[in-house]
Design a protein around this ligand. Sequence first.
Ligand SMILES: CC(C)(COP(=O)(O)OP(=O)(O)OC[C@H]1O[C@@H](n2cnc3c(N)ncnc32)[C@H](O)[C@@H]1OP(=O)(O)O)[C@@H](O)C(=O)NCCC(=O)NCCS
Length: 292
Amino acid sequence: MNRATAQDAVLADGVTLRKMTAADLEMAYAMSTELRWPHRLEDWQLAFALGQGVVAERDGAVVATGLTWRWDRNFATLGLIIVAEACRGQRIGHRVMEALMAEAQPRRILLYATAEGRGLYERLGFVRIGEVRQHQGTALPAPLVALDPGWRLRPASHRDLDALIALDARARGMHRPALIATLVAEASHAVVLDHDSVAQGFALLRRFGRGWSIGPVTAPDALGAQALIAHLTGLNAGRFTRIDIDFDSGLAEWIETLGMRRVGTVTTMVFGEPPASDAGPRLFALATQAFG
Ligand SMILES: CC(C)(COP(=O)(O)OP(=O)(O)OC[C@H]1O[C@@H](n2cnc3c(N)ncnc32)[C@H](O)[C@@H]1OP(=O)(O)O)[C@@H](O)C(=O)NCCC(=O)NCCS
């Protein structure tokens, strides 16, 4: 096929791409609900407020969505990529991805792929670097995790914000001040893990989707992460609670004992060099699959 015919083919299918606006969010919400994704309209609004979106239209109707979040000079994440079921397999997902990657570049890009999306992302140059397990269910009262001397949990205050942003940046390998400030402000509980009165980790509990979400969870080690998660789970006992946990954390089995059963797996994929984290704090649970 020569170039002219290839372009004609793109035009002939009547699909156009444009920037997402706030007016698209109701439609985007309807599309994710159709897929049985849990996002509320508020979850879409937050995602849109922090990122840049693209929609594909055919005959004036939105047929695909996707967003990118340019967290710092080096890294972006991509997510909420949806193509209406009747329109799949026509390279619309591919075109949405190309537009989002153009927005994100020259940053390296991280995403969490569903089984359906993985092939598309691989063909675009994304590489698998890990796995995240989605756990959810009615939280059980959690036994407290005993900490070594010098370590303690306490509620976060507004004075902690800079420290929490710095912990997130070290653990995630991306500097995300707007995200952390927004999530802390929204959280019903924000808890800090101190060592000798210096913050070494933190975790947030907030409304998301069908219930509540624990994340991000940042801690120096698995015991610290367990203390943070058990504390928030205990506070939320009896409520529908979700956590997206890094499989390499080794905590997936333990999470089940808190009432949050594994319901799905997504593949961690990166375009370019993966984000580096130093020997310090680690990200045990994601903020959300879209934000990373
Ligand atoms: C993942 C998703 C966005 C892909 O969208 P899409 O528009 O179907 O993507 P594309 O058409 O560009 O490519 C998808 C597949 O169709 C194939 N394809 C491309 N052109 C095609 C054509 N003309 N005819 C048939 N198949 C075609 C591609 O090779 C690709 O194959 P794969 O199964 O190996 O991946 C879509 O399936 C979807 O919305 N799924 C549900 C939500 C979801 O999981 N989103 C991903 C979140 S990370």
